[in-house]
Write a protein that binds this ligand. Structure first.
Ligand code: SF4
Length: 411
């Protein structure tokens, strides 16, 4: 079965019928058919009218040179280009949220392994901090529409690694590992200590003072009131504009709740961090993202924050394919999908505009006393956005390390 047929098969019946009729009516090459099918899948997810229903057929039929397919395609491309280029309009978008299938959580006896951050591509085309990853929990109960975790693991089961403490005790840690993140395969605190994950990680961090454990979350779950964590455990929250949280980060905590939870971590003596990520280019983005900056500055001092990263939507080919096939209502793909180091993202000028707006709205005191970085981004964006840059990933990694440990050692 071709990729086009596979995608069309995931459409509802009327969509399948319409697109097959179109392919019978005009001549298209195989790659043109795939392009049309992908765009139709996108329009369906965005809850926009199918272009098949709104094309100007009298105009297309005027073509006498037999190239009616091309005439259709040029109308189609112009329409898609306009939609993708504009800031996404969420004011007219009310997605139906598919409740997650009932899942069960199971302890599984799986070895604990250290992995590599999924961002690097050959040749340092994106600036990467070389985060080491560890997955004590696999799969997530939240339902962010842009997330690839959902499709990597079974929808029906969330796995927590059993006997984590013993496994961490016997783990061989390579000499160059100093920064381990647990938020790549699930939300790091969503399950609290239900499976003894947090207590095992705390013991591990206490034993290895030269390692930083970074937890990443969108949860409002209080895991701080009755528990203390070592200072080399960082609690970080992904923050997003309220519109994006409401329309795309389903089932997660609101922005206020995430920040309240971060304040609990801070009150408990831990350093916190924020990932303003993934930024979405939507109508109203400036106000809402700079609003996040104000909220951070009102609630925290620079000494309490270890890091702030800024980043945006980036998709691999296979994630794009999965998002299109699952067809859930979302406007995250209503963007110019520009090739970016083997993946697809916003064009550089759009990213620069968004990142600069966020960074420059932080006060000087915050900019000078917190380690800011761009997550998984083109190295050329660093200087115009953050007013500094690195010549290699190693240099970035070492600077991050120095900054983090300096913050940890402050009372
Ligand atoms: S919280 Fe993280 S892991 Fe969970 S669905 Fe959202 S992006 Fe995916």
């Amino acid at each position: 079965m071709t990729a086009t047929e596979e995608l069309i098969d995931s459409f509802p019946e009327t969509g399948r019928h319409d697109i097959r009729k179109l392919f019978e009516r005009f001549h298209f090459t195989e790659s043109q058919k795939l392009e049309i099918a992908k765009d139709e899948a996108d329009l369906r997810q965005w809850k926009e009218e199918s272009f098949i229903h709104i094309a100007d057929y009298p105009e297309i039929e005027k073509r006498k040179d037999g190239r009616k397919g091309e005439a259709y395609l040029s109308q189609h491309r112009a329409y898609m280009k306009t939609l993708r280029k504009e800031e996404t309009d969420y004011s007219t978008f009310f997605p139906e949220v598919h409740p997650r299938l009932k899942y069960r959580t199971e302890m599984i006896d799986k070895p604990i392994v250290l992995g590599r951050c999924p961002c690097p591509v050959d040749g340092e085309k994106t600036r990467c901090c070389k985060l080491t990853t560890m997955d004590p929990v696999e799969q997530c109960a939240f339902s962010c529409s842009y997330c690839s975790v959902q499709s990597f693991y079974s929808e029906k089961e969330i796995h927590a690694v059993s006997n984590l403490r013993e496994k961490l005790d016997s783990l061989t840690i390579p000499e160059d590992v100093w920064h381990i993140g647990t938020g790549q395969a699930s939300d790091s605190i969503l399950f609290g200590d239900d499976y003894s994950t947090l207590s095992a990680l705390s013991d591990f961090a206490r034993k290895h003072k030269n390692i930083i454990i970074e937890l990443k979350s969108k949860s409002g779950r209080d895991v701080f009131s009755s528990r203390e964590y070592p200072r080399n455990m960082f609690f970080t929250w992904s923050l997003n504009a309220p519109t994006i949280i409401e329309k795309e980060e389903h089932l997660t905590a609101t922005l206020e709740k995430r920040l309240e939870n971060a304040a609990r971590a801070r009150d408990n003596g831990n350093l916190v961090g924020f990932h303003i990520h993934p930024m979405v280019y939507f109508r109203g983005w400036e106000d809402e993202y700079t609003g996040i900056v104000r909220m951070i500055e009102e609630k925290f001092t620079p000494d309490e924050i270890a890091m702030i990263s800024i980043g945006t939507l980036t998709f691999t080919k296979s994630v794009l394919k999965k998002l299109r096939e699952n067809g859930e209502e979302s406007r995250v793909l209503e963007m110019e999908l520009t090739p970016a180091a083997g993946k697809f993202s916003y064009p550089l000028d759009v990213k620069e505009k968004m990142f600069r707006t966020v960074y420059s709205s932080f006060s000087e005191q915050f900019r000078n006393n917190i380690f800011f970085y761009l997550c998984m981004e083109d190295p050329s964006l660093w200087k115009p956005v953050l007013e500094r840059e690195y010549s290699s990933d190693k240099e970035f990694e070492m600077d991050m390390k120095q900054n983090y440990f300096r913050k940890i050692s402050r009372p």
